[in-house]
Design a protein around this ligand. Structure first.
Ligand SMILES: NC(=O)c1ccc[n+]([C@@H]2O[C@H](COP(=O)([O-])OP(=O)(O)OC[C@H]3O[C@@H](n4cnc5c(N)ncnc54)[C@H](OP(=O)(O)O)[C@@H]3O)[C@@H](O)[C@H]2O)c1
Length: 258
């Protein structure tokens, strides 16, 4: 059994959470250009409004939310239902990255990271699932990261939050495939955005947010579960994680010098 893709974006109702910058903004721009209706969510309303001003009238909804507040997500979703009747795709892109090593491990940052990156997507999924299950239709796409594949330096809170996303998507896929709902797990490598601008090392296989958006949109169109890119980097990390631990840690210490 293969899950459904999206053959045409024209008129499709998409909720992009994390639309105010980076990968989410690039996805929203591409989806709007392809004729989808896009509900734009994140905290920075001025960015969302600016993006909406580039679209056609009635093509967007501007719904500011903080993903750590369940009631804000709930009211945004109600707004979507009232205006559009249903949702075809939840595209959860929003995320928080604060570099963290063991010698400056801060519990506040860990809690914020798990709250935004793991509990945030869980909240959004819990909200959209009842209608999707009722209709036996819909798509759930969540941006995780290749940093969730296995432990990497400077990712003491970010890595576990993204590892959780992988497990969450895998488990969702089991349950939702027989229900006619597609799940898309998205694992980017390095993408040039505000989040990575803070990195003080040379990022291997760095791509633009527009390239990332293209990979994501084509992957969803094709009904792919495991959307990972750029392949030259993500395949290498997939290979590393199947190595025995001594070899894995040797590789990481030898080649990831950050
Ligand atoms: N860039 C990379 O190399 C890379 C690699 C792998 C995975 N990723 C993942 O890709 C996703 C997008 O990241 P990006 O690189 O495009 O970074 P970005 O430009 O910093 O975008 C992050 C987005 O998340 C939103 N956001 C953060 N916290 C939020 C909150 N509490 N509530 C609502 N929205 C929130 C931000 O909007 P507001 O600030 O306006 O709320 C913004 O729209 C993240 O999940 C990230 O982990 C990125």
């Amino acid at each position: 059994m293969k899950q459904a893709g999206i053959a045409s974006w024209s008129g499709k109702r998409v909720w992009v959470i994390g639309a105010s910058s980076g990968i989410g903004e690039a996805c929203s721009t591409s989806l709007l250009a392809a004729g989808a209706k896009v509900a734009l969510s994140a905290r920075r309303i001025e960015r969302l409004t600016k993006l909406a001003s580039t679209a056609q009238i009635n093509q967007t909804l501007v719904l500011p939310v903080d993903v750590t507040h369940r009631e804000q997500l709930e009211s945004a979703y109600q707004h979507i239902l009232e205006n559009w009747g249903a949702l075809d795709l939840l595209l959860f892109v929003s995320g928080l990255y604060v570099p963290l090593r063991a010698d400056q491990f801060e519990m506040d940052i860990a809690e914020q990271t798990i709250d935004a990156n793991l509990l945030g997507p869980m909240r959004a999924v819990a909200i959209v699932l009842p209608e999707m299950l009722q209709n036996h239709a819909g798509h759930i796409a969540i941006v995780g990261s290749v940093a969730g594949y296995s432990g990497l330096p400077k990712a003491l809170a970010y890595g576990p939050s993204k590892a959780g996303i992988i497990n969450f998507c895998e488990t969702l896929y089991y349950d939702l495939l027989p229900q006619g709902i597609s799940v898309h797990m998205i694992s980017p490598g390095f993408v040039a955005t505000e989040a990575t601008a803070q990195n003080d090392f040379e990022m291997p296989a760095l791509i633009t947010a527009e390239q990332a958006a293209k990979e994501i949109i084509v992957g969803i169109q094709n009904g792919e579960f495991d959307i990972h890119f750029p392949k030259r980097f993500s395949r290498f990390l997939k290979f590393l994680r199947i190595l025995p631990y001594p070899l894995y840690f040797w590789f990481v210490r030898r080649f990831v010098q950050i």
